[in-house]
Design a protein around this ligand. Structure first.
Ligand SMILES: *Cc1c(COP(=O)(O)O)cnc(C)c1O
Length: 370
């Protein structure tokens, strides 16, 4: 049976991306690898139409968190400070990364169900003039919230500070306004909206932000400036994940053939609407309203009497892997992401699987009530 991943990455691969993994063995010091890496870097910039004079894509080996860690550890200056605007697990993770590197960190926490506390960020920036960067998560995968960045960007601009963005689960499927938002860098990965495999991730940064990177450096392996120097001349400081790079290159070719990020957003929205309609008809409600949500993932309230493990296992037996809630939301929600290679037949089978699993749960509840 075809198994579909509805977790927020890794995703179900297309046949083309899967077969790219079988390309010839390749040494990362050969010309073919230099071409592969250069093509990937150019394609990553092309997704949002970025000019290579002002922006650079730095490709590293590691999961999305490696890219986020590279961004924070490399770009906050030794004399600077980072304000982290949190409203979920991934905002917390950015704070933890900064603290591990002993970066001067101020955190502005909002409830996981709420938007970023922009007024509190404004007040904190007023109180702490040493802050040079604000870190935020674009799509907070914890709840499926697409954080509204325009108001945060306006506050950053007013205080002359720049944004470090975790765009790991939005890059390639949501609007990222590289012109209007004061973005120094954003971190993302191959295996979410770009439909590659885990192992390759990247940071898109302003070249002048990389030139002003922290000195002395805090990290050897995740030093973005070091990667940039070598990658601009066709090299790499360390062995890269060659097969995931092959897969990312193929995934990017497919991405552009499919129409780019806005076409991907349209497709994800259509899939999400189909899932939502089914779940609403079964009496299952979304955690957040549509206008607060990303196109990538929705969180749904677990109905009374339905336990996550039972729902997960039942759906898995039918070929679909869903995702649990994290932290305090673990007992309250489940999550469904609609990235990856999902066709109309998969969606139809998903509908049948949800109806089968959740109407039996509903029946069990109504019997209990008798
Ligand atoms: C998936 C994800 C990450 C990175 O997770 P990894 O397991 O390291 O790939 C970071 N931030 C967000 C918002 C994510 O969704």
């Amino acid at each position: 049976m075809r198994q579909i991943l509805l977790n927020p990455g890794p995703v179900t691969l297309s046949p083309r991306v899967r077969s790219a993994l079988l390309k010839p063995d390749l040494c990362h010091r050969e010309a073919e690898f230099a071409t592969l890496q250069r093509t990937i870097r150019e394609r990553l910039l092309a997704i949002y139409g970025l000019d290579g004079h002002d922006w650079a894509a730095v490709v590293i080996t590691g999961s999305g968190t490696a890219a986020v860690e590279a961004m924070i550890s490399s770009l906050v200056p030794r004399t600077g400070a980072l304000l982290v605007a949190e409203n979920g697990v991934y905002g917390e993770r950015m704070r933890s990364i900064a603290q591990r590197y002993a970066i001067d960190t101020i955190s502005v926490v909002a409830d996981w169900r709420s938007p970023i506390a922009v007024a509190a960020v404004d007040a904190a920036l007023r109180a702490h003039s040493r802050v040079t960067h604000v870190a935020a998560v674009h799509h907070e995968t914890t709840t499926g919230r697409l954080n509204e960045l325009a108001p945060l960007a306006a506050v950053c601009r007013a205080h002359g500070v720049e944004l470090l963005l975790d765009a790991v689960s939005s890059f390639g499927a949501e609007r990222i306004d590289f012109e209007d938002w004061p973005i120094a860098a954003c971190a993302a990965t191959a295996n979410k909206c770009l439909h590659g495999v885990p192992g390759a991730s990247f940071v898109i940064a302003r070249r002048r932000a990389l030139a002003a990177a922290a000195a002395p450096k805090r990290t050897l392996y995740l030093d973005l400036d070091g990667y940039l120097t070598q990658q601009d001349s066709g090299g790499t400081p360390f062995t890269q994940a060659v097969q995931p790079f092959y897969a990312l290159d193929e995934a990017l070719a497919e991405f552009f053939e499919d129409g780019g990020w806005s076409a991907r957003r349209t497709r994800y929205r259509e899939r999400q609407a189909a899932v939502l309609e089914t779940l609403l008809s079964l009496g299952v409600d979304p955690l957040l309203a549509a206008q607060e949500s990303s196109c990538v993932l929705r969180a749904f309230r677990l109905p009374d009497g339905v336990d996550y493990a039972t729902l997960h296992d039942g759906l898995k037996d039918r070929g679909f892997v869903i995702y649990a809630g994290q932290g305090a939301l673990a007992s309250e929600i489940f999550r469904i992401s609609t990235m990856g290679e999902i066709n109309a037949d998969d969606l139809k089978r998903l509908r049948e699987a949800l109806v089968a699993e959740l109407s039996s749960a509903r029946r069990a509840r109504s019997t209990d009530a008798l």
